[in-house]
Design a protein around this ligand. Structure first.
Ligand code: MTE
Length: 318
C-alpha cells in the first residue's frame, strides 16, 4: 500500500498527518473518548487461556456462498497479513501475539437510541454465527479465498438501534501504542478508522468476523472482531474493532486521510479502474502462480451493485 516500501522519513510532507492534527486527536482521546474507550484498550498479553467462545466453532456453514477457486492454504493466509499497528511487513504474527484480546469491550455510540458498551463474548453469543466462503481482494493486487466465521453486521445494527439521522457506520481499531508499536509512527492517522453507509452496513454480504478456518480468529487477522466487505478492497475491512459509531457525516478513513487520491471512501473492486500506481486488471492468487482476471465488485455484483444506483458521480472504485 502507500507507505510500505518507504522508510518513515521518506513520506512526503503532503501525505503526513500534520502534528497539530495528531496532537488534537490525542488530546481529544485523552479528554473524552479515551476515557470511554479506556475499558476497551487491549492490554499486553499475559499467557492467554482458551478462547471463551471456542465452543461456538466450527459454526454452521452457509451454503449460499460458494467459491470459483480453491480455499487458500491456512498457513499461508495466516502468515501474510496487513496490520500496520504491528509493522508494515506481512509478517506480524509475533508482534500481534502481544495483543491481549480478552477482556475486550466494544463501544456502540453516536446516533443511537442509547449508547452502550458490550463485552465481545456477550456480543458474539447474542449474534447468529455462521461460516461463509468469500473471495478477498487486496488493493495491492493479491487475493485469497477463506472461510470466515461471523455474523451479519445488520444484526449488530439492529441491536444498536440507530436513529434515522444516522447515515454512516464508523468503525475504529483500538489505540494503544504500548501494545501496537506501529501506533508510535505518528504520521499515520491512528486509530485505524473505516466506514460504511447504513445501506452497505446492512447488506447481506457485510460480515463482522470472529473466526476463520473453523476457529476463533487469530490475532494477526484482527481478533477478536473485524469487518469483511468482500466486494471492496481489503483495506476497508478494519481489524480489532473497539468502537462502532453511528454518524451523520461520511467518516474520514485511515487510508483516505493519508492519501485520498489513491484510497477513497468507497473502494469497490473494479478491474477497469487502475490504482494511480498499478493496474487492478488482474490479481496474484496467494499460494499459486496464477494471475487471475479481477472481477468487478470482486464477483459480488448481484448482491451489491444496487447499493450504488444514483451514485454514479462518486469515485466508487477508488
Ligand atoms: N485494520 C487495521 N486495524 N490495521 C491495518 O493495517 N490493514 C487492512 C485491513 N484492515 C489493516 C486493517 C488491509 S490493507 C488489508 S489488505 C486487510 O486488513 C488484511 O487482512 P488480513 O491480514 O486478514 O489478510
Amino acid at each position: 500500500m502507500l507507505i510500505r516500501n518507504r522508510q518513515s522519513w521518506q513520506i512526503p510532507e503532503s501525505q503526513a498527518t500534520p502534528e497539530s492534527v495528531f496532537m488534537d486527536r490525542r488530546g481529544f482521546l485523552g479528554a473524552g473518548a479515551g476515557l470511554i474507550a479506556g475499558a476497551a484498550l487491549p492490554q499486553i498479553a499475559a499467557a492467554q487461556g482458551a478462547d471463551p467462545t471456542l465452543d461456538l466453532y466450527p459454526a454452521k456453514k452457509n451454503e449460499s456462498f460458494t467459491l470459483d477457486r480453491p480455499v487458500t492454504d491456512e498457513k499461508l493466509a495466516a502468515n501474510y497479513n496487513n496490520f500496520y499497528e504491528f509493522g508494515t511487513s506481512k509478517d506480524v504474527v509475533a508482534a500481534a501475539s502481544k495483543m491481549a484480546t480478552r477482556p475486550w469491550n466494544v463501544q456502540i455510540d453516536g446516533m443511537v437510541e442509547k449508547p452502550f458498551e458490550i463485552g465481545v463474548d456477550e456480543l458474539i453469543r447474542k449474534m447468529p454465527l455462521e461460516e461463509r466462503l468469500y473471495r478477498f481482494r487486496c488493493v495491492e493486487a493479491w487475493s485469497m479465498a477463506v472461510p470466515w466465521t461471523g455474523f451479519p453486521l445488520k444484526a449488530l445494527v439492529e441491536l444498536a438501534k440507530p436513529l434515522s439521522s444516522a447515515k454512516y457506520v464508523k468503525m475504529e481499531t483500538f489505540l494503544n501504542p504500548r501494545v501496537a508499536p506501529g501506533q508510535l509512527q505518528r504520521w499515520y492517522p491512528w486509530p485505524y478508522t473505516e466506514g460504511l453507509t447504513i445501506a452497505e452496513a446492512t447488506n447481506e454480504m457485510t460480515l463482522m468476523v470472529t473466526g476463520i478456518y473453523g476457529k476463533p480468529i487469530a490475532n494477526q487477522f484482527g481478533a477478536p472482531l473485524r469487518l469483511i466487505t468482500p466486494w471492496k478492497y481489503g483495506f476497508k475491512s478494519v481489524k480489532s474493532i473497539t468502537r462502532i459509531s453511528f454518524v451523520a457525516e461520511r467518516p474520514k478513513t485511515f487510508w483516505e486521510a493519508l492519501q485520498a487520491q489513491e484510497y477513497g471512501f468507497w473502494a469497490n473492486v473494479n478491474p477497469e479502474v487502475a490504482h494511480p500506481r498499478w493496474s487492478q486488471a488482474t490479481e496474484q492468487v496467494l499460494g499459486t502462480r496464477d494471475r487471475r482476471p479481477t472481477l468487478i465488485w470482486n464477483g459480488y455484483g448481484e448482491q451489491v451493485a444496487g447499493l450504488y444506483k444514483g451514485l454514479e458521480g462518486e469515485r466508487l472504485f477508488v
